[in-house]
Design a binder for this molecule. Structure first.
Ligand code: PLP
Length: 385
C-alpha cells in the first residue's frame, strides 16, 4: 500500500522523510562502491568503513558539541534510552538503587524503569504540572542518599513541552546524582550543546532529523559508568557490541551535519506555521483545547483535544481526507487507552482520549496547515452532529 500522494504529512515527531542528500551519502556504502566492509576488519575494505564511521561520529559529536569519544552508536532512541537507564543503574554501587523518571517520559524510559523495578530497584515516578513541566523543587524533594540516576526528557514527544533541563541538571549536580535526558525531539530543532548543558547521558535519534531509521546515539560523558546490555563484541568501546551498520551511521552523520546548518532557519518557519495552524483551529473548531505548555514548547508540535470525539476516529477520518497526524493513545486489549502523557497532565478521560498531535517539518507549508485545519474542523463538526 502506498500513501495517498496528495497527503498532508503532519507527523514529523513520529518520523521525518529521508533527506535526499543523506541518501546520496549513504549509497556508496550500500552498493559497495566506496566500501561494504566490516569496520572491525584490518584490510582496506574495513579501514574505509571505519574511516566513514569516524567521520559520522565527528558529525554527530559536532551537532551536540560533545567529544568524538563520547558518542556511542545504537539502533535508535529506544535502545539508547534503555542503555542509559538500565546501564547506569546496573553500574551504580549496590547502595545506590533508586531511580527517578518523570510520568511523561517516552515508554523507552518508562518501561525500562518498570523493568528495573521488577528487578528490585526502587523507582519514583515524578509528576508534572498540568502543562507537562517538571519542577526542580519537586525533583529535589524526591532525591535520597540512595538515588543514582534521574531521567527526564528534554521535550515531550506528544505535547512538545520543553523542560527546564538546566535547572533539573543543577539539582542533580548538587546531590551527586547522574542525569540522563532523552533529547530525541529536541536535537535538530533547538540548540542542544553539551558545553552549555553538561548532562551525563543524552539520547538522540537519526530518523527525527531526516536521517535513516534504526540508528541512534547515546552520548556518555567521559568517566560515566554504564554496564553494557548486550554481549559478544568489542564494538563501541564494549558498551554496544555488534557489527556497525555503516550506511545508516554515514547517513546519520550527514543528517547531523545538514541539521546543524539548517536548524535555526527551519525552526523559525516551522514556528510561524504552528502559530498559523493554532490560530486557524481556534477560529474553526469550537471548544478546542491546546495541550501542553504553550510558551515553553517545541515549535513543531501542536497537540489538541476536542470534547466528545475519540482521537482514533479523528485520525482515521483525517487519514481518509489526506491528512496524516497521530495520537499517543494505544490500542490495548481491544479498547483504546488514552495517552499516558495526556492522563499524566491531568486531562479527564474524555479529553485525553480525543488528543491529536500535529507535528510540522521542514517541508510543511502554510497552505497545508490551512487545509488541515479546515479538514479537521469539518470532521469534528460532522462527528459532533
Ligand atoms: N524518545 C522519544 C522522546 C521519542 O519521541 C522516540 C520516538 O518517537 C523515542 C524515544 C524512540 O526513538 P526511536 O524511534 O529511534 O527508537
Amino acid at each position: 500500500m502506498t500513501p495517498n500522494k496528495t497527503s498532508i504529512y503532519l507527523d514529523h515527531a513520529a518520523t521525518t522523510p529521508l533527506d535526499p542528500e543523506v541518501l546520496v551519502a549513504m549509497m556508496p556504502y550500500m552498493d559497495g562502491s566506496l566500501s561494504f566492509g566490516n569496520a572491525s576488519s584490518i584490510h582496506s575494505f574495513g579501514r574505509y568503513a571505519r574511516a566513514a564511521m569516524d567521520t559520522a561520529r565527528e558529525q554527530a559529536a559536532d551537532l551536540i558539541k560533545a567529544d568524538f569519544s563520547e558518542i556511542y552508536f545504537t539502533s535508535g532512541g529506544t535502545e539508547s534510552d534503555n542503555l542509559a537507564v538500565i546501564g547506569a543503574m546496573n553500574a551504580a554501587p549496590a547502595h545506590k538503587n533508586h531511580l527517578i523518571v518523570s510520568a511523561i517520559e517516552h515508554h523507552a524510559v518508562l518501561h525500562a524503569a518498570h523493568f528495573l523495578e521488577s528487578q528490585g530497584y526502587e523507582v519514583t515516578i515524578l509528576q508534572s504540572d498540568s502543562t507537562g513541566l517538571i519542577s526542580p523543587e519537586a525533583l529535589q524533594s524526591e532525591i535520597k542518599p540512595t538515588t543514582a540516576l534521574v531521567s527526564i526528557m528534554h521535550a515531550n514527544n506528544e505535547i512538545g513541552t520543553i523542560q527546564p533541563v538546566e535547572e533539573l541538571l543543577t539539582v542533580c549536580r548538587q546531590n551527586g546524582v547522574l542525569f540522563h535526558t532523552d533529547a530525541v525531539q529536541t536535537v535538530g530543532q533547538i540548540p542542544v550543546q553539551i558545553t552549555s548543558l553538561p548532562v551525563d547521558l543524552l539520547t538522540f535519534s537519526s530518523h527525527k532529523i531526516y536521517g535513516p531509521k534504526g540508528i541512534g546515539v547515546l552520548y556518555i560523558r567521559q568517566g560515566t559508568k554504564i554496564s553494557p546490555q548486550a554481549f559478544g563484541g568489542t564494538q563501541e568501546r564494549e558498551k554496544r557490541p555488534g557489527t556497525e551498520n555503516i550506511p545508516a551511521i554515514v547517513g546519520f552523520g550527514r543528517a547531523a551535519e545538514l541539521t546543524a546548518a539548517r536548524r535555526e532557519c527551519d525552526n523559525i518557519s516551522i514556528g510561524n506555521m504552528r502559530q498559523f495552524l493554532k490560530t486557524k483551529l481556534s477560529e474553526l473548531v469550537p471548544d478546542i483545547h491546546f495541550n501542553g505548555n504553550q510558551e515553553h514548547c517545541l515549535s513543531s508540535i501542536l497537540n489538541v483535544s476536542v470534547n466528545g470525539v475519540e482521537g482514533a476516529t479523528l485520525l482515521m477520518n483525517l487519514d481518509r481526507m489526506g491528512v496524516a497526524a497521530s495520537s499517543g493513545s494505544a490500542c490495548s486489549s481491544g479498547s483504546i487507552e488514552p495517552s499516558h502523557v495526556l492522563k499524566a497532565i491531568g486531562l479527564n478521560r474524555d479529553l485525553a482520549s480525543s488528543g491529536v498531535r500535529f507535528s510540522l517539518g521542514r517541508k510543511t507549508t502554510v497552505e497545508e496547515c490551512g487545509e488541515a485545519a479546515q479538514i479537521f474542523a469539518e470532521i469534528v463538526s460532522r462527528i459532533r452532529q
